[in-house]
Design a protein around this ligand. Structure first.
Ligand code: K7E
Ligand code: CUA
Length: 673
């Protein structure tokens, strides 16, 4: 590959110099003709060759990126280096093509439970921020993905066997979350930290959406508002979040921000940083001082240090109270039992990221030009020696920054997030400076000279938030590509209205100089973070085994073979039910006539009896809002009430065969007498 690129670029060089952008249209045959006709520079041609995945060569995408879908409440699956969008997984939002929330019973049930947990309004949208994979020995596994939704305070789990969401839950006692999903080293838990503190019931503690009220005063904020770090247990066998095996640690009402979970030397420690340690004042509540001014007063905010394995032990010893379905370690208990500590960090920090060795936590300064590095060995020593500088107002012990700091790196303006490679480098995004900065770590991550020094910078377009390198935030990163997730695109794409896409930029980080090689528009707002995994780790199914229920991966109890289709009309608890066992195969929906009566419950079990890859059928019922996708080998359930009489043509929505348009049937609903 490198040889070809060198050849092409060398050959092209001669033409480029004198070339105008508007070469006349002419037949282009040779390599150099193309470069000339399109006005490509040698660097651009090289970038194209590095990222191009030719038709029919999918294996050239060496990595898979799962990106938050931002406000869409979805997950985007992207191939790297091609930056091609491979899939959109619906998570917090209904999506018709996947039949997610459009009549398929399992997804409808998830939305029903969310509605029940949040009585004011079911939320069809999202503000998803941070995806993570399942882990073994802190390394990415790639069987599961987890993500958090900030606005909904929700946690979701997605199977990477079929890339479908298996469970979404509203996290108890929190309103919004941000620092999540972060998986513990062996997927014991997935960590989600609240963002904005929520009021707690003065009598019982705990927060219930739409129910908990305390009068908003500065004093009540301090007294009754709380944050929480939640350790959610995901039952991989049953593919459900299990609150009975989860726990939560109550935190002071600072605004908890990003989290991280350690391994190796930092095993057993979870971190999150914070801002807003000034709490709120009467002046703020009276409208005299805006939040962003008030919350900039303290020179330092607190990095929270949580000894989660010790916390787990406390829960086992019965030192947690059950509040709204989850065991909660109250703030007083957390302090008394020594599982919560603070380290002052330069004001308004943002990301905190663990280096591959697990030894350091690197903190982005947001308003400070410094990247601050915490040495976990020093931190553990300070805790063991009980070397504290005092406590905060709630009694949480404060460890001196100088006792635990390894270094500060002067990176530039607005450092937000750090990622790493396997050669001892860190990369930090600079939101204000529009740059990604590469620096040397210290030992054991980097043992050369000039530790903690900046070695390279590259311009970003524009306002970079997160960055992602393959398998970073694990012991096993790959220093090949870096994706910058940029908030602004400005002039990078053809203008299609004032609402511009986000810009994912692919950067080659193999050489001494970082090089931007690709701009990918993301026309939805705004994905915050993405994680990249070695593609060979993803073991996705191509076809479900016959009759599979995607909610169990076992044979669906109502799966049938071709020829076993039938309709039964019967009474169930005083209601008439029309139950139908159906099959779909090119190009027939069986049965193709279903007769029911107004008021019936219509219950369909549809098996796709196809056995070949990609032979998906999509079943829709007009006027009733039913649309489900039935993948080869899959059986799905659909249930709805036949509220309105009529004759409705149900049909397949996928152009699956030449006779696809004939793939239909009639649902006759007779009026009730
Ligand atoms: Cu946008 Cu990680 Cu939610 Cu930073 S966060 S940018
Ligand atoms: Cu099945 Cu079209």
């Amino acid at each position: 590959m490198a040889g070809v690129a060198g050849l092409a670029v060398g050959g092209a060089l001669g033409y480029i110099a004198g070339m105008g952008a508007r070469a006349p249209a002419q037949v282009v045959t040779g390599f150099d003709d193309i470069l000339r006709a399109r006005g490509l520079t040698p660097d651009e041609a090289r970038a194209a060759l590095q990222t191009f995945v030719p038709p029919g060569r999918p294996e050239l995408d060496e990595f898979i990126m799962i990106s938050s879908g931002g406000h869409s409440g979805q997950i985007l699956v992207i191939g790297i280096p091609s930056m091609r969008l491979l899939k959109v997984v619906s998570v917090n939002t209904p999506e018709p093509w996947q039949g997610w929330g459009y009549g398929e019973t399992g997804s409808m049930e998830i939305f029903r439970r969310l509605k029940e947990a949040v009585p004011p309004k079911i939320f069809f949208g999202g503000d998803t921020h941070h995806p993570d994979f399942d882990r073994r020995d802190a390394k990415y596994v790639g069987e599961w993905a987890f993500i958090g939704d900030k606005l909904g305070g929700q946690a979701a789990a997605i199977s990477l066997k079929d890339f479908k969401t298996k469970d979404v839950i509203k996290i108890p006692n929190v309103q919004t979350i941000h620092g999540g999903a972060f998986t513990t080293p062996n997927t014991e838990y997935v960590v989600y930290v609240s963002q904005y503190p929520a009021p707690r019931d003065p009598q019982r503690g705990g927060y219930k959406p739409g129910k908990t009220y305390v009068k908003l005063t500065a004093e009540n904020y301090k007294r009754y508002f709380r944050g929480a770090m939640t350790f959610l247990y995901f039952d991989r066998e049953n593919m459900r979040w299990d609150l009975t095996k989860s726990f939560q640690i109550e935190l002071p009402p600072y605004v908890q921000d990003l989290a991280s979970v350690g391994w190796g030397p930092s095993d057993g420690i979870a971190f999150c940083n914070s801002f807003g340690t000034e709490l709120v004042s009467t002046d703020v509540l009276d409208g005299k001082v805006p939040f962003e001014v008030w919350w900039g007063r303290n020179e330092y905010d607190y990095l929270h240090v949580v000894l989660w394995r010790k916390a787990e032990e406390l829960v086992r010893q019965g030192k947690a109270e059950e509040i709204n379905g989850i065991k909660v370690i109250r703030l007083e208990t957390a302090i008394k039992e020594g599982i919560l500590y603070f380290v002052p960090e330069p004001k308004s920090p943002h990301g905190n990221d663990i280096t591959p060795s697990g030894r350091y936590n690197v903190i982005g300064g947001k308003l400070s030009p410094m990247v601050t590095v915490i040495d976990v060995e020093k931190l553990k020593r300070a805790i063991a020696d009980r070397k504290f500088a005092g406590t905060d107002d709630y009694g949480v012990p404060i460890i001196r920054l100088e006792d635990v700091m390894a270094a500060q790196i002067e990176a530039g303006l607005g450092p937000l997030h750090n990622e790493f490679d396997e050669r001892g480098h860190g990369y930090v995004s600079l939101f204000i400076d529009n740059k990604v900065v590469k620096y040397n770590l210290g030992p054991p991550d980097y043992t050369g000279d000039k530790p903690w020094t900046v070695v390279d910078k590259v311009d970003i377009h524009y306002n970079v938030g997160h960055i992602a390198t393959p398998e970073s935030n694990s012991p096993d990163p790959v220093g090949k590509w870096l994706v910058a997730l940029n908030k602004w695109a400005v002039d990078r794409f053809r203008l299609v209205g004032p609402l511009l896409p986000q810009n994912f930029q692919l950067i080659d980080i193999t050489g001494e100089k970082m090089r931007v090689v690709y701009d990918m528009p993301i026309p939805l707002g705004e994905p915050h973070y993405a994680k990249i995994i070695r593609a060979e780790k993803i073991k996705a199914l191509d076809v479900y085994p016959p009759g599979t229920d995607m909610w169990t991966f076992k044979r669906h109890p109502h799966a049938i073979e071709l020829g076993q289709e039938r309709v039964e009309r019967k009474q169930e608890g005083g209601r008439w039910v029309t139950e139908v066992w159906m099959t779909v195969i090119r190009s027939t929906i069986r049965p193709w006539v279903i007769r029911a009566k107004q008021g019936d419950i219509i219950r369909l079990h549809i098996t796709n009896v196809e056995k070949v890859r990609d032979a998906t059928h999509d079943f829709g019922v007009p006027e009733y809002g039913i649309q489900v996708s039935i993948n080869p080998g899959e059986t799905v359930d659909v249930e709805f009430e036949a509220t309105h009489p009529g004759v409705y043509t149900y049909y397949c929505l996928e152009f699956c065969s030449p006779l696809h348009l004939e793939m239909l049937g009639f649902l006759e609903i007779e009026p009730a007498e």
